[in-house]
Write a protein of this length. Structure first.
Length: 707
């Protein structure tokens, strides 16, 4: 046997496995295992013991080390030297960067702190690196508040009006359902671990039905696909309710005990015959009948019928009402009696987050401040507004973190014009030089998930998760929390909360006074990586809805108070041939822009292996629509309306229904041939409730692109 000498011992690699969590805007919030060899992260894999992750990662996060060690990582603070949007910068020190930012913010705050605006979303879903130290800082200043509406606020509002909170069917129960409606989503691309459960249910004999204008990867693998017109989901739900009531496919006992307003609902949906529903939705009356009967009959047989409603269907004018209407269905048939029945939009409100501690809104109360609120979905218009009594002061400073608004916000041309203002002081915290970073005055290098500590909730399952730092931050990158600590110190904020460490913040991220998280212990969570909330398997089997009445509210007095129809109804899109025939004569094609499988919003677009898989921006169009325009697969096409245009490569396919074009998104604009993406043509108009964007409420025309 060979004996190892000193030199041999010194060359043996030291390998560790670190428990972490995926930070991205996805319901799955995977538990990760990070392999670190001699201080370098060499592999990221799913935790096989975590019940929902089950050792499986999406194509994106499986390449997380490629993202962390990307050659284009921002590793030093930068100062702009060119024109805004050119992306020309020079390296500076952290001291100069913090002094410059603190100086400008202090100067603006002395005049009016509401002229300062934070802009952030879900670049990380972490409770520490997301909105803890950052919101403490902005609340201490008294900056304008940001209404974070860009993804889920319409559907969340409709959902809460009906059942009281964003809670629902446990992901781990879906595999026991006998009927699953996948409504408005493509889980293969954006909810992989739900898809795994749905496939297990399918193997056990369940029927899967996809409801989506586009035959996505997921819809293609379901037993049935109902390709309704964009923005008509609420009508389909009304038609289903009509059939369920007319054919008495109801759970009368559940309705009597645990619902409010059934008689009013019965009258409200009486006109929504299958024929009327089919005409509005652009499908066959037999599809309406079959769908309603399948759903009602499953419950009549005592089988679990489950609905996974996703965010795509709520990105239209009536999106909040659409989710509300769908959410009424389980109570009509008693689907909530089963752990595998009911509906899931989000599990967010299952988590008792300690936001009072994390974000310190009491700073505003102590200072007698009531700042205005700016909607992130109208940032294009708002950056271009002058001061007025209605709007308040002109926005003079914008601090962007965990977001890329120049690429992801609607009506991108207006957003870019706003960011291009020379009198707007813009700071961007980022991993890469995104479209938004190109407009910054100061760019600060932020750490990735492998380089910092965080605590996580989820919105697709029921596990609290811990993220341990796996490696030392690369270059001069700093966690968001540390950046805002430095700014607070430079601005003279001596409150004790600005000296708390990330571990101290994480240790109080969840409210242990709440029975769902009474067992939360940060040290134990860091060791194990994840821990499930204390929640019942079937949350509303015996009622107990967190609504004002304690029941599922078909009739909502709160909606009436808020100026809305208190009963389920149909709200037509802003832009469709039926609702706006004059506009449709000019722009006859509806357009949606759901996520590309290899991107997550605008994250991962710059990872070459993933971008190479996507190839280039594409537009899917039905053969009938392509023939009418003398277009063929492979053509470079221009998609346009009055708001703007962008170019893409055409794919002629019947996956897109007639009258619909689909641009899988969201590309960085700088990585497209014309420097534009699908948000050039989207609108800043807002939804019926929740003040959310209407990304999929769009009419366009398509032509061959100029050579």
């Amino acid at each position: 046997m060979k004996h190892l000498g000193f030199d041999d011992i010194m060359t043996i690699a030291t390998t560790r496995t670190i428990r972490a969590a995926c930070p991205h805007d996805c319901p799955d919030t995977c538990a990760l295992l990070v392999t670190v060899t001699d201080g370098v992260a060499t592999e990221v894999r799913g935790d096989p013991d975590h019940p929902t992750t089950a050792g499986v990662l999406c194509t994106k996060v499986a390449r997380y080390t490629e993202r962390t060690y990307h050659k284009d990582r921002l590793l030093h603070p930068l100062k702009r030297i060119g024109n805004k949007g050119e992306g020309k910068f020079v390296q500076i020190s952290w001291d100069e960067a913090i002094a410059t930012i603190a100086g400008r913010l202090g100067e603006i705050a002395a005049r009016n702190p509401q002229a300062i605006l934070p802009y952030s979303y879900a670049g990380t879903m972490g409770l520490v690196q997301g909105e803890s130290m950052a919101m403490r800082f902005f609340n201490r200043i008294g900056a304008s508040l940001l209404d974070r509406t860009i993804c889920a606020s319409a559907g969340g509002t409709g959902y809460k009006y009906t059942i009281g909170a964003r809670v629902g069917t446990d992901l781990e129960q879906f595999q026991n359902a006998k009927l699953i409606l996948i409504w408005g989503g493509n889980p293969i691309a954006s909810n992989l671990h739900f898809w795994m459960r749905a496939q297990e249910a399918k193997r056990r004999g369940a029927k899967l039905i996809a409801i989506d204008p586009y035959r996505s990867l997921s819809a293609d693998k379901c037993h049935q696909h109902i390709a309704l017109l964009p923005g008509t989901d609420s009508a389909l739900a009304l038609g289903m309710m009509h059939v369920l009531i007319a054919e008495d496919l109801l759970d009368h006992d559940y309705i009597a005990q645990y619902t409010l307003g059934f008689e009013q609902l019965k009258q409200q949906v009486s006109s929504w015959t299958p024929q009327k529903t089919a005409e509005v939705c652009g499908i066959g009356a037999d599809e309406v009948l079959e769908l309603a009967r399948s759903y009602g009959a499953a419950a009549q047989r005592g089988e679990a019928a489950a609905i996974r409603v996703n965010y795509g269907l709520q990105r239209v004018r009536g999106g909040g009402m659409a989710v509300r209407n769908i959410t009424c269905l389980p109570a009509l048939v008693g689907a909530w009696r089963h752990a595998a029945g009911g509906v899931q939009l989000s599990t967010s409100d299952s988590f008792p987050k300690n936001n009072q501690f994390l974000q310190r809104p009491d700073f505003l109360l102590k200072q007698g401040m009531a700042p205005r609120t700016i909607n992130m979905s109208t940032i294009g218009d708002d950056l271009l507004r002058e001061a007025s009594p209605e709007f308040g002061p002109k926005i003079e400073a914008l601090i962007v973190y965990n977001s890329n608004p120049v690429a992801v916000a609607p009506e991108s041309g207006a957003v870019a014009r706003g960011f291009a203002r020379e009198d707007l002081f813009t700071v961007v915290l980022e991993h890469f030089q995104t479209d938004t970073a190109d407009y910054a005055d100061i760019v600060l290098p932020a750490t990735t998930q492998l380089e910092h500590v965080d605590a996580h909730s989820a919105y697709g399952h029921l596990y609290m998760l811990a993220n341990n730092a796996a490696i030392t931050p690369l270059g001069e990158a700093k966690p968001n929390t540390e950046i805002f600590r430095l700014l607070a110190a430079r601005m003279g904020f001596d409150d004790a909360c600005f000296r708390e460490t990330d571990d101290e913040i994480a240790a109080q991220a969840f409210d242990r006074k709440n029975e769902r998280a009474i067992h939360f212990d940060w040290d134990a969570l860091k060791q194990k990586g994840w821990q499930k909330l204390n929640v019942p398997d079937a949350p509303f089997a015996h009622g107990g809805f967190p609504t004002p009445s304690g029941k599922c509210e078909f009739y909502s007095a709160q909606m009436l108070k808020d100026g809305l129809d208190p009963l389920p109804t149909y709200i037509a899109p802003y832009e469709s041939p039926a609702s706006n025939p004059q506009l449709a004569r000019k722009y006859p094609l509806a357009m949606i822009s759901p996520p590309a499988r290899n991107f997550l919003n605008s994250s991962f677009v710059n990872v070459k292996s993933l971008r190479d898989t996507e190839g280039e921006p594409h537009l899917d169009m039905h053969p009938t629509d392509a023939a009418a325009r003398a277009l063929a697969s492979g053509d470079a096409v221009r998609i346009y309306n009055d708001r703007g245009s962008f170019n893409a490569r055409l794919r002629v396919t019947d996956k897109a229904r007639i009258g619909l074009v689909v641009g899988l998104s969201i590309w960085w604009k700088k990585m497209a041939s014309d420097g534009k993406n699908a948000n050039e043509v989207t609108s800043q108009r807002l939804t019926d409730m929740g003040r959310a964007p209407t990304f999929y409420d769009v009419l366009v025309e398509v032509e061959k692109a100029p050579a």
